[in-house]
Design a protein around this ligand. Structure first.
Ligand code: HEC
Length: 107
């Protein structure tokens, strides 16, 4: 009986953890865009290579689509862009467009 109630308690706390994780889910596109942060900085706002945060969705999406459609060659971004579906590129662009670019930071 004691073992049973411990198991029940454990189960309940696991459920609570799962429910908690759901409410703190990252915004759409962030998980995909996090792949870009190592080179473009957290949320694409640098430091790193080109600042990609805070432009319009269409501007970022257009750049990524161009990179994806060009021949890959010896270019990291073309290779990178080809790894995503157009829908995923749209989600990444939408997320990055909502981030503050480093040039508009106060600090
Ligand atoms: C391994 C490093 C690396 C990663 C990872 C990376 N990038 Fe880049 N990115 C670069 C470099 C280097 C450039 C500049 C040279 C170029 O355009 O190829 C660049 C340029 C860009 C540009 C053009 C910016 C401009 O102003 O012309 C965009 C947009 C961009 N990256 C978006 C992304 C996105 C979105 C991701 C994630 C899906 C990503 N990058 C991941 C290295 C990286």
């Amino acid at each position: 009986m004691r073992v049973l109630s411990t198991a029940a308690l454990l189960g309940a706390s696991l459920l609570a953890t799962a429910a908690g994780a759901q409410t703190t889910a990252p915004p759409a596109g962030r998980l995909l865009a996090s792949n870009c942060f190592q080179c473009h900085g957290t949320n694409g706002a640098g430091p790193g290579f080109d600042n990609i945060a805070g432009k319009s969705v269409d501007e970022i999406y257009k750049e990524l689509r161009e990179m994806k459609s060009e021949k890959p060659g010896n270019d990291i971004m073309k290779a990178h862009a080809r790894g995503y579906t157009d829908e995923q590129l749209r989600q990444i662009s939408a997320y990055l467009s909502q981030q503050r670019s480093s040039s508009s930071r106060d600090d």
